[in-house]
Design a protein around this ligand. Structure first.
Ligand code: ADP
Ligand code: MG
Length: 784
């Protein structure tokens, strides 16, 4: 276009159209062309100048040498230079023309009168516009000048267009190389026309290695086939194409990518090829995947939670509820106002802590719901969103059970301390009972056969024995009595208890017994087994006291598996099962739940202590046994006690037969810090024939023994005494006379058992309150 316009302008110029018309059209070409004359002959120069002016050209300057012309051109830029080839000075016309052309891009026409061939050849090379031989006609000059101007102008324009194109192409290349995604274009045959830098990097191949190749040159055929198929699809449909793909990059990694491709057409509208861009979405996919995973994790956590959870937006709308919350509210209230959905209120709740949460605080509180009487711990915390907004996360934890358990724990701790207290009292009580029983026994011995006193004394002894049993119960319960564990055939004891019970319960109660004699041995304390059987049968008797009924006692060996126990710490194996069943009043569920509670009783004051079953429970558990109670109101009750059987060849010790009280004449040193006990024991021992030296302090006793150690055959000492305990005293005595037999008399002892006593050199110990026969037997056992 531009070229055409230029030709038109030249033509216009040549036709010398009206000046105004041309100026209006704004063509620079219509200005007078300015010519610089380089001629060393002044006259010729002047002549050329007037000639040019006549032809309508302007003359900027006339110079005479090559050096001058460069200066002048800088000053006023001419459109053309008329140059004499032969010049005076260092530089000839051809050299000067070279500079003008290359440096300033101004056309040069050589003027020559007598140029030699060689020079003319050089001149032709330098300037394409030729030369004019002097002298020349106006017409020749004009034509030559116009030609030169035209060609120069056309050249300039072409150069401008070329530069522009080059600029555009380099811009385009920079642009596509700057794109961080791999980019490519192919022709319709599928040959790569070009790719960008990102593409080179992604596949680890250079442009040169790719251009002209097809996908078949780049990878295995089965993969190339798929690419080919996709390209064909695009070419046929002539639209854009987007799809996900897996590709292997330069590092050999499989990447998830998206291909975005579009076909391009020529002017005629037929498809010429395609452009494609690749987006690597591997990281995005991984992020999506891990987001999905973590969402899944939180979702299942929320679903598995027993705690009710919901999230509330700043404007009080429920954004999320977990299933536990849904159950609490009764329906899915997502999107609803929280005070409406959760508390059934139209207005914001007065206790609402939403604003605290919006300040970023955490708020915890306890809530008792009147509806179901449950206690919840409510924890509210803010959830900070990326857009700066805050939601409220609320978790309701039902702590009703926990609170109940804490209360129970506190209660049982109270009971524990009562137990300790009771143990202490029982100990003192023992010391009071001891002389009562002792003196009563002696008084009975003293009373004549037919004395009316005998009955009364017997009542005293009976009462004292009952009191002693009660103390034993309390001590057993507070675990302060020493256990005498040994392999035991408990059937003997059970039979003994049955005999006792038979004689003390009315005939309206029938007793059925089924005691297996083949039951294995159980490690137990005979007194405690006695107590267990006694307590169970007493309860059964009490339950049937009004109406009568059947008391059924069975004892047999059973095998128990894991499922048979209520207590998971029990071991499967062989057990001896003692069952005591009655047809009495039975128990309701509430009573049944509390039977093992110490001091729980439904009986009248004086009849029930509430300790029976708790003692049984304590004993059975200490033998690693189990206990089960079944009961129905008005139907009756059955209690099963399971005790683990040991495989032992030890002979069992049955209940002791009644033997006459043995006597002796040995010399005994008796020590107890309590006066009445000392007095009573002294008399008891003297009656048995012994020679007694009494002391009421361990220090005095030691003194007496040290003075005449050989004067004594036996020492009987109390345990708990001020200054020096019975054990310490015994040790001192044994230092003086290692063979002196010592019996320790104790109220209760957690510190001393039989084995330990023997270790100290102590021969035996008796439990307070001792009865005469017991003491008498123990003395003979030690001395003989
Ligand atoms: P106590 O017999 O002194 O009341 P226990 O610990 O032996 O204390 O028993 C606690 C309570 O359990 C009794 O008061 C009674 O209510 C209930 N109970 C125990 N055994 C039976 C039974 N065989 N039949 C009905 N109730 C029983
Ligand atoms: Mg009882």
């Amino acid at each position: 276009m531009k070229k055409l316009m230029w030709v038109e302008q030249v033509e216009l110029n040549l036709k010398s159209s009206s000046k105004e018309q041309l100026i209006n059209q704004g063509y620079r070409a219509m200005k007078k062309a300015q010519v610089l004359i380089v001629e060393d002959d002044g006259i010729i120069a002047m002549h050329i100048e007037s000639q040019l002016k006549q032809l309508g050209y302007g003359v900027t300057a006339k110079v005479a040498s090559g050096e001058e012309v460069v200066e002048k051109i800088k000053e006023n830029k001419p459109d053309l230079v008329l140059m004499d080839i032969v010049l005076k000075g260092e530089m000839d016309g051809i050299d000067a023309a070279e500079i003008i052309r290359s440096r300033f891009g101004i056309p040069v026409i050589f003027l020559t009168a007598h140029a030699d061939e060689k020079r003319l050849e050089r001149a032709k090379l330098t300037t394409p516009f030729g030369y004019i031989l002097k002298p020349f006609q106006d017409k020749d000059l004009k034509v030559t000048i116009e030609m030169a101007l035209y060609v120069a102008k056309a050249d300039k324009e072409r150069k401008r267009v070329d530069d522009n194109l080059k600029d555009n192409l380099s811009f385009l290349q920079t642009l596509i190389d700057t794109i961080p995604n791999p980019l490519f274009y192919k022709d319709i045959k599928g040959e790569y026309l070009d790719v960008n830098r990102a593409f080179e990097e992604f596949y680890g191949k250079t442009r040169e290695e790719i251009i002209g190749k097809t996908v078949y040159d780049m990878g295995p055929k089965h993969i190339a086939d798929k690419y080919y198929e996709k390209d064909q699809e695009l070419f046929q449909r002539r639209e854009k194409q987007t799809y996900e793909w897996k590709v292997t990059n330069a590092a050999g990694e499989t990447r998830d990518v998206i291909f975005n491709k579009a076909s391009y057409t020529n002017k005629a509208g037929s498809v010429k090829g395609l452009v494609g861009i690749i987006s690597d979405i591997t990281e995005r996919k991984q992020a999506e995947e891990s987001l999905r995973e973590s969402e899944e994790k939180y979702r299942s956590m929320m679903e598995a939670m027993d705690d009710a959870v919901y999230i509330c937006s700043p404007d009080f709308r429920i954004e999320f509820m977990n299933p536990a919350m849904l159950k609490r509210v009764g329906y899915d209230a997502t999107g609803e106002l929280c005070h409406k959905a959760i508390h059934g209120r139209d207005e914001k709740c007065s206790w609402c802590i939403h604003e605290e949460i919006l300040k970023g605080k955490k708020v915890k509180n306890e809530l008792v719901t009147p509806k179901n009487g449950k206690t919840y711990h409510v924890s509210n915390s803010p959830i900070f969103h990326t857009d700066g907004s805050i939601s409220k996360l609320t978790i309701f934890r039902d702590v009703t059970e926990t609170k109940k358990m804490i209360e129970q724990l506190q209660q049982s701790q109270k009971i524990l301390s009562i137990g300790t207290l009771a143990g202490g009292i029982a100990h003192d009580f023992n010391n009071i009972l001891f002389p009562i029983m002792g003196f009563a026994e002696m008084a009975l011995g003293d009373a004549p056969e037919n004395s009316p006193l005998r009955n009364k004394i017997e009542e005293i002894i009976h009462g004292a024995k009952r009191a002693r049993d009660l103390v034993k119960q309390i001590l057993a319960f507070s675990r302060q009595s020493g256990q005498e564990l040994k392999p035991l055939k408990i059937q003997l004891i059970v039979k003994e208890v049955l005999k006792l019970i038979r004689s003390s319960i009315p005939a309206t109660i029938e007793i059925k017994q089924d005691i297996s004699n083949n039951c294995g041995l159980v490690t137990a304390d005979p007194t405690q087994i006695h107590q267990v059987a006694m307590n169970l049968m007493t309860n059964a008797f009490h339950a049937m006291e009004g109406e009568g009924g059947v008391l059924a006692v069975t004892l047999k060996e059973v095998g128990l598996g894991v499922d048979d126990f209520t207590d998971p710490s029990m071991n499967p194996g062989t057990y001896v099962c003692l069952s005591v069943a009655d047809t009495g009043i039975g128990m309701d569920q509430i009573t049944l739940e509390r039977v093992f509670e110490p001091y729980f009783t439904t009986k009248k004051i004086g009849k029930g202590t509430g300790l029976g079953l708790s003692v049984v429970h304590g004993i059975v558990k200490s033998y690693r046994g189990d206990i089960k109670v079944y009961s129905e109101p008005d139907k009756g009750t059955v209690v099963h006690v399971y005790l683990p059987v040991i495989k032992s060849r030890f002979e069992t010790q049955g209940t002791e037969a009644v033997i006459p009280v043995p006597k002796g004449t040995e010399r005994i040193l008796l020590v107890d810090d309590e006066e009445p006990i000392v007095r009573m024991e002294t008399e008891m021992l003297e009656r048995l024939g012994y020679d007694v030296t009494e002391r009421t302090s361990s220090v005095e006793a030691l003194e007496a023994f040290r003075n005449t150690p050989d004067k004594f055959d036996l020492v009987i000492t109390d345990t708990t005494m001020p200054n020096m305990t019975g054990v310490q005293l015994s040790q001192k005595l044994l230092e003086i006379r290692p063979d002196i037999p010592v019996i320790i008399c104790t109220g209760f002892s957690t510190k001393i058992d039989d084995a330990k006593a023997k270790e100290f050199g102590i021969r035996g110990f008796v439990m307070k309150p001792v009865v005469m026969s017991e003491l008498a037997n123990k003395i003979r056992e030690v001395l003989d």
